[in-house]
Design a protein around this ligand. Structure first.
Ligand SMILES: Nc1ncnc2c1ncn2[C@@H]1O[C@H](COP(=O)(O)OP(=O)(O)O)[C@@H](O)[C@H]1O
Ligand SMILES: [Mg+2]
Length: 308
């Protein structure tokens, strides 16, 4: 048995009369992973997962879920995947319990009262089982959506922006719960535009923007690789027209009409950079240092690509 849960190759989507939402995407997610697609609004995250679940038709490319090609057996994939959609929508005339019974029926599952109860207990919704869905708070609705997605015991849980617009406390409750699910062996794919969320939950992530994957790897190494950098801003006495040749090999930027020179460097390079600055004729009146956050990394990665 292969250890691959999701295998996407050359996936492209162009909406009718619309944008190129996915542009030749390759992605591999292993069984048991908690993986994030991190990207701004409009990046193509929902498109990607909606193609996986069969809700949206791809333009071309290949999607394999647990070894089955989406085109060959969409029904098997429907059973393998549970999706928690971005938008909350329930039948307002059903109770919590009925919502889950209905959802079970949709998968041809009967007599699963015990499992429904177990899910409701785990999601702290058992007290609300006879409440109408209209009576639920926003947080309860989110949890009911997760319960719905789990009702047929999928092998892959997909969470589309699970905490967009959710308050901090509920966000942390949801995180705790999905972490438990993952620890119990469930493969989870999360889409989010919150760096903090991807960082808190996922060991690996892909950064997506404008339908392309900009970077993919271990969350920790991506952070280390990109956010270890520092930016030193030098305030100059004389306005600078061009970067002195001694600094050519560093990442520099002239700002404020030449009165500030910014140098972005690896901390291990600090000594060399200062020596190089010393070798120039720059008259530095003041300086400041800024460390890069993952937010900066993200902006930089997505911005650079737009420039190309
Ligand atoms: N049904 C649709 N018809 C036309 N364009 C769409 C449709 N759904 C999404 N798009 C466009 O495709 C791009 C990617 O959208 P989406 O996958 O929703 O991004 P994300 O989930 O990352 O915010 C956006 O430009 C969006 O406007
Ligand atoms: Mg989306």
């Amino acid at each position: 048995m292969s250890d691959i849960a999701v295998n996407i190759k050359n996936l492209t989507k162009r909406y009718k009369d619309g944008p190129l939402a996915l542009d030749d995407v390759d992605l591999e997610i292993k069984k048991g992973e908690f993986f994030a697609l991190l990207g701004p609004n409009g990046a193509g995250k929902s498109t990607m997962i909606n193609i996986m679940s069969g809700l949206v038709k791809k333009t071309h490319g290949d999607v394999e879920i647990f070894g089955t090609n989406q085109e060959d057996d969409p029904t098997k994939i429907k059973f393998d995947i549970g999706v928690v959609p971005q938008e909350i929508s329930f039948d307002p005339f059903l109770t919590v319990q009925q919502t889950l019974e209905f959802q079970s029926g949709y998968y041809g599952i009967r007599d699963n009262k015990e499992y429904i109860e177990e899910v409701l207990v785990n999601l702290n919704l058992i007290d609300k089982k006879d409440a109408g869905t209209r009576q639920l708070s926003g947080g309860m609705k989110r949890r009911l959506l997760i319960a719905k997605a789990l009702i047929h015991k999928p092998k892959l849980l997909i969470l589309d922006e699970p905490t967009a617009g959710v308050d901090v406390e509920l966000r942390h409750t949801l995180w705790t719960y999905v972490r438990k699910l993952n620890e119990a062996g469930l493969t989870i794919l999360l889409t989010t535009h919150y760096l903090e969320e991807a960082e808190a939950l996922c060991k690996r992530l892909a950064i997506v923007d404008k339908g392309k994957i900009k970077a993919v790897g271990k969350t920790k190494s991506l952070i280390e690789e990109y956010s270890g950098k520092k930016t030193i801003s030098l305030n100059l006495k004389e306005k600078l027209k061009e970067v002195p040749s001694e600094l050519n090999k560093y990442e520099t930027q002239i700002l404020e009409n030449g009165s500030i020179l910014e140098i972005t460097l690896d901390p291990s390079n600090t000594e060399h950079v200062f020596k190089a600055v010393g070798a120039t004729s720059l008259d530095v009146t003041n300086f400041s240092v800024a460390e890069q956050s993952l937010e900066d990394v993200f902006l930089k990665l997505t911005y650079e690509q737009h420039e190309k």
